[in-house]
Design a binder for this molecule. Structure first.
Ligand SMILES: Nc1ncnc2c1ncn2[C@@H]1O[C@H](COP(=O)(O)OP(=O)(O)OP(=O)(O)O)[C@@H](O)[C@H]1O
Ligand SMILES: [Mg+2]
Length: 379
């Protein structure tokens, strides 16, 4: 018997056949990359930022042989020192084809710092550069300008992509740090930046507040979820690739149950696919969805335990589709103490990534959590 790979992926970068939609966004990003325009991408978690940037970076480098794109993920980065060493490492790796070249570049362009360079025995391995960063002794401009100098010297264009950019808010003096970055980066002629992250409120604050250093730094792109027609076609194609089919109403139901959330769309499609012998039906999708909710319910209990009663009352009103939650009557019905409480709950839930505020439209970040609250917790 042939062991069949499942046709859906989630929690990894979606590429090629696993990737759908985002045509407009990809074209726009490729243009920004090749024309060295700074870009800022904002969307809640798991909506496909990394996948989109990865795809656009590949396409842009195919179009333009002098373009190099490097990716820096700030997910685990909590200090400026770590940031600078990562930046140097990635820029050198992206512009050096051999390790000899990497060593040369590090020596020539990082004169004031003494880097420790280690290279894996496998030539395909990334070059690892590290240095003892001492803020007292070193001025970070050398690292901040490294990409520009290398690009100029080698006749290259460089795009530096920084994922989870909102993490710089956790550095010791984030405003000062941002000022330094902005001051150097805005002078670069051969380098562009693509900064993206998932905390909508923080990212929006950093890039749209006129008093912040990164105000109007580049094109702002708010990523949306994936629209139903794309998802339906995607599910049908992926089922067909493995010799199975999915009915159109079943494919639509997957999109609806996950509220078009890209990650969950793939996860629920996967669960449905696993339950399907030949043709996936609405009944199968419903069973898969129930199993998914069940599987996540322990996690949801934990999340719910962290919420206050007022926050839960607010969520209950929201899930019931109440439009005017601050009206006296609605507050009374849901035992909400005051309109101040509504505002406070809303702000806290957005800050904690339970809710998303998209230009005033409030929605749940996690569609399965919303379903669980409504159909299991509040009943
Ligand atoms: N264009 C796409 N087509 C199909 N599925 C996608 C697409 N983009 C994202 N996904 C699905 O969503 C998942 C998360 O994507 P990705 O990691 O790119 O999102 P992200 O916004 O970077 O997430 P995070 O906030 O966790 O960094 C992928 O593993 C995949 O299942
Ligand atoms: Mg990501």
């Amino acid at each position: 018997m042939r062991i069949m790979e499942t046709p859906f992926i989630f929690g990894k970068i979606a590429t090629e056949k696993n990737f759908t939609d985002r045509e407009v966004e990809t074209t726009c990003l490729v243009q920004n990359f090749t024309s060295l325009t700074n870009t800022i991408i904002i969307s809640p978690r798991r909506w496909g930022k990394s996948s989109l940037v990865n795809r656009a970076a590949k396409a842009a480098m195919e179009q333009d042989a002098s373009l190099r794109v490097c990716h820096i993920d700030l997910f685990n980065v909590r200090s400026e020192a770590h940031f600078y060493s990562l930046l140097a490492q990635k820029v050198i790796a992206a512009t050096s084809s051999k390790w000899e070249e990497a060593v040369e570049n590090a020596k020539n362009f990082l004169s004031r710092l003494v880097p420790r360079i280690s290279i894996g025995t496998d030539p395909a391995n990334e070059v690892l550069i590290d240095f003892d960063w001492d803020a007292e002794k070193h001025d970070p401009d050398e690292v901040l300008d490294l990409a520009e100098k290398l690009a100029e010297k080698k006749g290259l264009k460089i795009v530096i992509c920084v994922d989870e950019f909102q993490n710089i808010a956790e550095f010791t003096d984030p405003d000062y740090f941002q000022k330094q970055l902005r001051a150097r980066w805005q002078r670069h002629q051969h380098v562009a930046y693509c900064l993206y992250g998932s905390k909508r409120h923080m990212m929006t604050e950093v890039f749209t507040n006129a008093s912040k250093p990164f105000y109007k730094f580049g094109n702002l792109l708010f990523l949306n979820k994936i629209s139903t027609p794309y998802l339906v076609k995607f599910f049908q194609d992926r089922f067909a690739d493995t010799g199975k089919t999915i009915r159109e109403d079943a494919a639509n139901l997957i999109a609806e149950l996950v509220d078009n959330h890209p990650y969950y769309a793939q996860q629920l499609a996967q669960q449905s696919w696993l339950r399907t012998t030949d043709e996936c039906t609405v009944t199968i999708v419903r069973a898969a969805h129930a199993a998914l909710v069940e599987q996540l319910s322990l996690l949801f209990v934990t999340i719910t335990e962290t919420l206050t009663t007022q926050q839960l009352n607010y969520l209950r009103a929201l899930l019931a589709g109440e439009k005017a939650i601050s009206s006296t009557e609605t507050m009374h019905r849901y035992q909400i103490s005051s309109s101040t409480s509504v505002a406070r709950s809303k702000a806290a839930l957005i800050k904690n990534d339970i809710l998303d505020n998209n230009a005033g439209k409030i929605s749940f970040q996690d569609p399965i959590y919303a379903y669980w609250l409504k159909n299991e917790y509040f009943v």
